[in-house]
Unconditional design. Structure first.
Lengths: 236, 245
């Protein structure tokens, strides 16, 4: 274990931990996006999916703890590295210039922290239901009696609020910048790249970011445009 | 050509430096950047002022001594060029040019544009070598080395240790330098016995010096006068985590 801490404290070691935790978060984001897209299959499909996720409760708690550890690893390593990087350039240049570093790569800490703030808001909103209680406790009446959480209506009614969909879209744009660099960067940090694959990997980041962000943003946009409508009788 | 220079002047490591503006008059476009500074310095000496101190040695682009950040780019805006090989024809008449030293905490300014780059030497001392038994030279081709491996090792060995990678890095990281010094051995059979030990020791030395950490922006690769590829950083990263397994 001492060896692990020594590794984690080193420059490349913390970078590797940041890349590995980032890789898990990329998988998470991909799965989350695929789940989100089920809104287009209608109220029943999305609510059944949400119900299925919640029905494996033990598993859900394991996932939550693991994700908490992953997110904390990602944030702690990145903030530590950022502080070290600032210290390493203690005297600044009078004339700043950049040859090829992308905007995304230069704003990782800020785009990342903004996304983190949004994730907290997102959890308070939908997971714990404390910020917008009016959207968080809707239930769908089932034909055979009983009811289940009406995720579909929570999403649609939530996004009809311009402030909620606006903040979501802004967070997604931050996520685009973060992913466009982070995805490609992870291969370089882990050393899983080569001269042959480098152009492909460098292009893959922005492409991956665009797919995720476009799919996610499509939901508030279609709700605002009235293409995705509230479920009939979805209101309590 | 007539130019306006904004130059970092700093008496000694403790002094607080500042940018000072000087005119550079009647400069030939065929002069190198350093020759232009020589002209400015001659004028300063005639006026009884202190000349601008800057590092230089071979002026052939191979020694790695010259180290100026010109308009925010280490070694100036020409790709694959040291300052001594940068010619004034790449500037416009009447242009304003900002000249600063390498800026990084492990590179303290000694005077004006001269910084102390001993930190790079200390990284080399930590593992940038191979241990061999002294004796007669081994037979040629006794140890076969595939051509591609020899070429790659040579690409890495082209590093002249100027430190432009550190100067240009947004995080003042020395990882391009380090990775080149590791790769020049990692691609050859002679480098294998100490390979894992080397990468651990050199990274530890680099961290101890207070360099920053690579964020994969590749500004280093863009300014490297020897155009060393960041592929070597990826290889170093890979060797590093493998060394801990």
């Amino acid at each position: 274990m001492g060896g692990f801490f020594q590794f984690a404290k080193s420059s490349i070691g913390s970078k590797v931990l940041m890349a590995l935790s980032g890789a898990v978060l990329l998988l998470w984001i991909t799965g989350h996006m695929l789940g989100n897209l089920q809104i287009y299959a209608g109220q029943d499909a999305l609510n059944s999916y949400a119900e299925k996720l919640r029905s494996v409760a033990v598993f859900l708690y394991v996932v939550r703890v693991v994700m908490l550890v992953i997110v904390l690893t990602h944030i702690v390593t990145s903030v530590m590295l950022w502080v070290e990087n600032r210290r390493a350039r203690s005297s600044r240049y009078a004339y700043n210039n950049t040859v090829q570093a992308t905007v995304g790569s230069r704003t990782m800490i800020w785009s990342g922290l903004l996304v983190f703030v949004f994730v907290l808001y997102h959890l308070f909103h939908l997971t714990w239901g404390t910020i917008h209680p009016e959207y968080a406790h809707l239930m769908q009446k089932m034909p055979g009696g009983g009811e289940r959480p009406d995720v579909y209506s929570m999403v649609v009614l939530g996004y009809q609020n311009g402030l909620i969909s606006g903040s979501y879209i802004i967070a997604m744009l931050c996520l685009w910048f973060h992913l466009s660099h982070g995805f490609s960067s992870l291969f370089q940090t882990l050393g899983l790249t080569s001269v042959k694959y480098r152009p492909l990997i460098e292009r893959a980041g922005p492409i991956f970011a665009t797919i995720i962000v476009a799919a996610n943003i499509s939901i508030p946009l279609t709700v605002l445009l009235g293409l995705v409508k509230p479920a009939v009788g979805g209101l309590p | 050509m007539n130019l306006t220079l904004h130059v970092w002047r700093q008496k000694n490591p403790q002094a607080k430096g500042q940018m000072v503006t000087y005119p550079a008059r009647d400069i030939s476009p065929n002069m190198s950047f350093l020759e232009m500074l020589d002209i400015v310095n001659e004028e300063l000496v005639l006026k009884g002022e202190e000349p601008i101190a800057f590092d230089h040695d071979c002026r052939e682009g191979i020694c790695g001594m010259c180290s100026l950040v010109i308009n925010g780019i280490a070694h100036g805006h020409e790709r694959g060029t040291t300052v001594c090989q940068l010619h004034m024809r790449h500037f416009k008449d009447g242009q304003e040019i900002t000249i600063e030293p390498w800026r990084a905490k492990p590179f303290p300014v000694l005077r004006d544009l001269i910084v102390d780059r001993s930190a790079l030497d200390r990284i080399m001392m930590a593992g940038g070598f191979i241990s061999v038994n002294a004796g007669g030279a081994p037979d040629a081709n006794a140890l076969p080395v595939p051509k591609e491996h020899a070429e790659l090792a040579m690409d890495a060995a082209a590093c002249i240790g100027c430190g432009a990678c550190v100067a240009s890095c947004k995080n003042a990281s020395a990882m391009l330098f380090m990775s080149a010094k590791i790769a020049q051995f990692a691609h050859l059979p002679q480098g294998q016995p100490e390979r894992m030990d080397r990468v651990r020791k050199m990274v530890a030395a680099m961290d101890a010096e207070g360099f920053g950490n690579c964020t994969n922006q590749y500004e280093c690769e863009a300014v490297c006068p020897k155009e060393i590829s960041v592929r070597f950083i990826a290889e170093m990263n890979r060797d590093y985590w493998r060394a801990w397994l």
